[in-house]
Design a protein around this ligand. Structure first.
Ligand code: 5GP
Length: 185
């Protein structure tokens, strides 16, 4: 079952203070330098498209649910092995970062551990994973720096079906290059 938790960091300066809160849901967001705006809801063609996209996302997540925690290989194994091409933004011994095939922002990079080691979801994290989890966050910062979005970017982890996770190999979405909205869908 998908774990249900939410961690949100908002960082108002490069290495400034970090506010953290924990709530009951299952998307994990880390944002930096982001302005929150609440806009009145209007049903535009864009919102209809967003609704369609959300349905596709849900469908993909539900389809992937059958292999969720089986430890079955995923498409990311082939990307790590370079059996299928990807647009790599950053790579080191432990981490690979490559552009999402279906970008949701001008910058949309996935940051993954090269060794999954049970991390199909963040919800499966154990104390032995602390080091690689830190490496993933640090790599996200490096990606943001390389992409020129260090002043404002969002890091998302979708955890489980309810959060629309569709690939069961832990990955951080690094998003930026446009004004983000809050609350997320
Ligand atoms: P999730 O929905 O699990 O949080 O995110 C999975 C992400 O992987 C999606 O944003 C999807 O577009 C991306 N993705 C799926 N297959 C591929 C692929 O073959 N190549 C790349 N670059 N991204 C992929």
């Amino acid at each position: 079952m998908a774990s249900r938790f939410f961690v949100f960091f908002r960082n108002f300066s490069t290495v400034g203070r970090v506010a953290q809160s924990v709530r009951v849901t299952s998307r994990i967001f880390f944002s930096t330098g982001e302005l929150i705006r609440v806009l009145p809801y209007t049903r535009s063609s864009r919102s209809i498209c967003s609704t369609r996209a959300a349905h596709n996302e849900e469908a993909a997540a539900k389809a992937a649910a059958s292999v969720a925690d089986t430890g079955a290989p995923t498409i990311f194994d082939k990307i790590i092995a370079k059996e299928i091409p990807s647009d790599i933004v950053y790579e080191d011994e432990n981490v690979l970062a490559f552009r999402d095939i279906n970008p949701q922002a001008p910058v949309h990079v996935l940051v993954i551990p090269k060794l999954r080691d049970g991390l199909t979801t963040l919800g499966n994290a154990e104390p032995r994973h602390v080091e690689v989890l830190g490496q993933l966050l640090h790599a996200s910062k490096i990606v943001a720096e390389k992409e020129g979005i260090l002043d404002g970017f969002r890091v998302v982890i979708n955890n489980g079906v309810e959060a629309c996770q569709s690939v069961y190999h832990l990955h951080l979405h690094v998003l930026g290059g446009r004004q983000m909205k809050w609350p997320p869908g």
